[in-house]
Design a protein around this ligand. Structure first.
Ligand code: S3P
Length: 169
């Protein structure tokens, strides 16, 4: 069974996903890295040279490909659930887990990790807060389609394995 971690930039999909993969004896795949390796370009380069729409097409193809993998933990990009039928594909091919981290915590983490993220790299702290608030308003409707929602400032991989075990996984 594959696990798709979804949620806003900075919610911990990669850090927590790596640990979750160890706990579940599976392989972790960072979707942004998967795309970067496929096209020999960073996400920043794809956005700058080809635009966001083209990135979303590449992201859609990556989801389709990853949906065919068995027993992997996938850390998706923060926007991935919000385009095309990506959420449906993930829900059909694995367990989806929303890491629902509060706004203030997201902003605090992202203010220190902007450079590799094209949507926020030029923003100052006030702009960043407004951007995250606005995007969460738009995106929560997609994130909330996840089968499992975990909320908090300090979500641990063990919180997820406990929930999965209770659901018989
Ligand atoms: C994006 C999130 C990023 C990356 C791209 C766009 C978004 O992934 O896919 O920069 O739209 O929220 P992370 O959530 O891993 O930062």
């Amino acid at each position: 069974m594959s696990i798709f971690l979804i949620g806003f930039m900075g919610c911990g999909k990669s850090t927590l996903g790596r640990r979750l993969a160890v706990l579940t004896k599976s392989t972790f795949i960072d979707m942004d890295k998967f795309i970067e390796e496929k096209y020999f370009k960073t996400v920043n380069q794809i956005f700058a040279e080809e635009g966001e729409t083209e990135f979303r097409k590449k992201e859609r193809l990556a989801i389709e490909e990853l949906a065919g993998f068995q027993d992997v933990v996938v850390g998706t990009g923060g926007g991935a659930p919000c385009f095309a039928d990506n959420m449906q594909i993930m829900n059909q091919s694995g367990v989806t887990v929303w890491l629902d981290v509060p706004l203030d915590e997201l902003v605090s983490r992202l203010s220190k990790a902007k450079a590799e993220r094209p949507l926020i790299k030029e923003k100052n702290n006030a702009e960043l807060t407004e951007f995250v608030r606005h995007k969460l308003d738009e995106r929560n409707v997609y994130y909330s389609q996840a089968q499992i929602r975990v909320t908090g400032n300090n979500i641990q991989a063990e919180d997820i394995t406990t929930i999965l075990a209770a659901r018989g996984h």
